[in-house]
Design a protein around this ligand. Structure first.
Ligand code: GLY
Length: 364
């Protein structure tokens, strides 16, 4: 029988400067060969830091993919598997995923299926992946233009998080990731929400305690429901709409970062929480105003509404074609599996557009 998966089996090491834990892990594991999956950004900016800090990796084979969501495809899985097999991967090999969510999701998927699974380590290099994608054992790829349609639950042996890599990111890359931080506060922790009002608007922000806090919230939630049938769905707040927007953008050959899509999703799903649940108007506007301090809104063109609705209906969490969202009852308290109708979603888009327009009028 398969051992029940849980986050307790995984070492999460948060270490700002020292790579010794990683080196020790590799020494102890003594893999037959090591493969490092990077994208072209992390190859230039992060790989040299890693190779300089961990001498055990000097003979590793580096596999490079293109950055961005389009690499999360079956074609890329095939390409990587070919390179791994041609270069002699066996069941005692080790795969290291050095990158953001795309590299961790794709590399974790490859590691979990090749030869029925080899050990892997996630070294998330973006803020978004350090607080979310690298943790929790979700690996997979997009399929038929839809996010994460093929995948499985599979834990890395080690998740190694270092703030050194965050220095390689632009301010924009950092600030769009604030959407995930805001989400953690909204679904779980009102006190954290109030602290964020000051912390995230500070120019000299110290991200380390915020990262630790987000990881702790994620660990607490995932510990209760690793396989995402109930409690873990709280983490999906803002994402039913965000993922559908991303799928619609992919479909139309447009680009939107996950972080920005999540900001839009948070506003729309907060509005639905106000319409359907107990979220007060005051809290709704507190959320909207704070988000618009963190991002300038993107245009959500009306012509895409039907397409976005179509993608919402293909969400993995739906049952019998009925959309099931995570909504807020109040700031810091979320509830899973809420049925949401098309009309309610369309009304939330109207609300988003109205507030985005107000923002632009005020900031002209
Ligand atoms: N990113 C949501 C989850 O890990 O469940």
């Amino acid at each position: 029988m398969n051992k029940k998966l849980s986050l307790y089996d995984v070492q999460i090491v948060i270490n700002n400067n020292s790579f010794s834990h990683l080196a020790d892990y590799i020494d102890a594991a003594c893999p037959s060969s090591i493969f490092v999956i990077v994208d072209s950004n992390t190859k230039t900016k992060c790989l040299p830091i890693l190779l300089e800090s961990v001498s055990e990796l000097k003979n590793s084979c580096v596999i490079e993919i293109c950055p961005g969501e389009t690499s999360k495809s079956l074609q890329e899985v095939k390409n990587i598997c070919e390179i791994l097999l041609v270069n002699g991967l066996d069941r005692s090999s080790l795969i290291i995923n050095l990158g953001g969510g795309v590299v961790c999701d794709l590399g974790g998927f490859v590691a979990s299926i090749i030869k029925r699974g080899v050990n892997f380590i996630n070294i998330p290099t973006t803020l978004m992946s350090q607080i979310d994608a690298s943790i929790g054992g979700k690996v997979g790829v997009n399929f038929l233009n839809q996010k994460n349609q093929l995948g499985l639950f599979s834990n890395p042996q080690l998740i190694f998080i270092s703030s050194v890599f965050l220095k390689t990111l632009s301010n924009k890359e950092i600030s769009t990731s604030y959407s995930e931080i805001v989400k953690y506060a909204l679904i779980f922790d009102k006190i954290f929400w109030h602290k964020l009002q000051k912390l995230l608007l500070n120019n000299k922000i110290n991200l380390s305690p915020i990262i630790k806090k987000c990881i702790n919230i994620k660990k607490t939630i995932v510990a209760q429901d690793f396989h995402d049938v109930n409690e873990r769905r709280k983490l999906n707040f803002g994402h039913s709409i965000a993922h559908a927007i991303e799928s619609c953008f992919i479909d139309n050959k447009l680009i939107i970062s996950h972080g920005l899509a999540v900001f839009v999703g948070l506003i729309c799903e907060s509005y639905i929480s106000y319409e359907k649940n107990n979220l007060s108007k005051v809290s709704l506007m507190e959320i909207v105003n704070f988000i618009f301090k963190l991002m300038s809104p993107i245009f959500l063109e009306k012509k895409y509404d039907e397409k976005i609705l179509y993608y919402i209906k293909s969400d993995k969490k739906n049952k019998n074609g009925i959309s099931r969202f995570t909504l807020l009852n109040s700031i810091g308290e979320s509830v899973v599996n809420c049925h949401v109708s098309d009309v309610e979603v369309l009304n939330s888009f109207k609300f988003y557009r109205k507030n985005a327009k107000l923002y632009f009028t005020k900031n002209q």
